[in-house]
Design a protein around this ligand. Structure first.
Ligand code: HAM
Length: 428
């Protein structure tokens, strides 16, 4: 029978690469967890209206990229293309906005966008995100950005940079938008781009084509049209960012793919990834909560791309991030050794080691190959001679050295703790 493949553009992560994927996912949330953000678990599908109202009907995400279907109750359902709108929906529905503010949350999981698949651009993508809702304090803007920066750095990444700008607010953006539209109306644009200039003129600034860019050199920029309050906010965000020790590039032409952004907006870019170089991005959203039927609260957050961060780690030669599956591999030799070997395995796992056992009565040579494949630093061999003398062979898989020691679990645990600890110290 013919085999079945995964849908186009949907990645599998299988061992050994899945170890690194998992490690990246864990690391990207570490900084948020250490900063007092609480976990939120949300559905992967929501009513389509949430994204139409939340993300914006003029965005590519809503216009072209949503996986939308009608369920058995004739409701229009969409696989979540991003996380922020869903978090807002849950905050409103569970009345978290009526409690202590700001509400600080983090989440992770798969998101779905029917984009044209290519290196680093998938139809099922994974993000780790945070949202801080209910404060306009620039300390929060700087904190959110610093958390993202720290998350990437915790993996050892150094080749990325932060692009930052302010998109203004509902006071100053309309005037700027009109100014930009007027400027664009004098440009020589094809009908499709002209239509975009009418619907969402900021998006035209992001046009990659040389013919368009050449005409945009003198285009007015939002950053030069900020109202006093947005200017003050942006200045303070940058001052706090310096205190957090985060460096940035001013990116006044940055355009984000989602409509809800206001004021502080940012993107982390890793040039080694080529066309899909955005490893994370986010910003502040003033009107989103009220647009979704909630209070007039502002929020700020980010989404970090787990898939792309893994690619960035690979591009920087940081992988494997996790090179072994278990610390200890136990090899019973002969029928008699099987039961004591399982007892030993239980003892080791109870003592906190990650440990695995050779099965199917494999010979020592072939079992050592399995241990090698797992890159287990220590192997314990229990054969008939050892059982007779109440001992066990401990083999150091890096040096190849082996010693025979007492099978007494307490002593063995101490010895292994010492050995594995020394190894970890040597590595770091
Ligand atoms: P976003 O910029 O659309 O923002 O996505 C965030 C990150 O997800 C991107 O920087 C990228 O690393 C990753 N990503 C997006 N699309 C793909 C794809 N097709 N394949 C692989 N990776 C992808 C948001 O989603 C906002 N909800 C972030 C946010 C939270 N803003 C405020 N709060």
């Amino acid at each position: 029978m013919a085999s079945i493949n995964a849908p186009k553009g949907v990645p599998d992560y299988v061992p050994p690469r899945s170890r690194d994927f998992y490690h990246v996912q864990e690391s990207l949330s570490g900084s948020a967890r250490r900063s007092g953000y609480e976990y939120i678990e949300l559905p992967v599908f929501e009513s389509t209206e949430l994204y139409e109202r939340g993300v914006g009907t003029s965005t590519d995400v809503v216009q072209k990229e949503m996986y939308t279907f009608t369920d058995r109750g004739d409701r229009s359902i969409t696989l979540r293309p991003e996380g922020t709108a869903g978090v807002m929906r849950a905050v409103i529905e569970n009345r978290l906005d009526k409690g202590a503010l700001p509400v600080k949350l983090w989440y992770r999981g798969p998101f779905f966008r029917a984009e044209r698949p290519q290196h680093g651009r998938y139809r099922q993508l994974q993000q780790v995100g945070v949202e801080a809702i209910g404060s306009v304090d620039p300390i929060i803007d700087a904190e959110v950005i610093a958390i993202a920066d720290q998350s990437f750095r915790s993996l050892g990444l150094i080749g990325f940079h932060l692009e930052l700008t302010s998109l203004g607010c509902k006071e100053c953006r309309p005037a700027y938008r009109a100014k930009l539209q007027e400027f664009l109306s004098a440009c020589d644009l094809d009908p499709e781009t002209r239509e975009r200039a009418n619907v969402n003129p900021l998006r035209v600034l992001d046009d990659k084509r040389e013919v368009v860019q050449a005409q945009l050199v003198q285009a007015p920029l939002m950053i030069d049209s900020l109202c006093d309050s947005c200017q003050r906010h942006y200045d303070e965000v940058r001052a706090y960012l310096s205190i957090f020790g985060v460096e940035w590039n001013e990116a006044p032409r940055m355009v984000r793919g989602l409509d809800y952004y206001t004021r502080t907006t940012f993107e982390f870019v890793h040039p080694a990834l080529g066309a899909q170089s955005g490893i994370g991005g986010g910003g502040r959203y003033d009107g989103l909560m009220s647009e979704l039927g909630g209070s007039e609260l502002s929020g700020i957050g980010f989404g970090l791309g787990v898939d792309r961060t893994l690619l960035a780690c690979e591009a920087e030669g940081l992988t494997p991030l996790i090179d072994h599956t278990v610390d200890i591999f136990v090899i019973p030799v002969g029928e008699e050794a099987r039961e004591p070997a399982v007892s030993l395995l239980v003892g080791l796992r109870n003592a906190g080691f990650s440990a695995d056992i050779s099965v199917d009565n494999r010979g020592v040579k072939s079992a050592l190959k399995v241990a090698n494949g797992m890159k287990a630093p220590a192997v314990l061999i229990l054969g008939p001679d050892e059982i007779k003398s109440g001992s066990i062979i401990v083999k150091d898989m890096d040096s190849g050295e082996q010693v025979t020691v007492s099978l007494e679990i307490v002593e063995l645990v101490q010895l292994l703790q010492r050995n594995l600890h020394t190894k970890k110290e040597d590595e770091s």
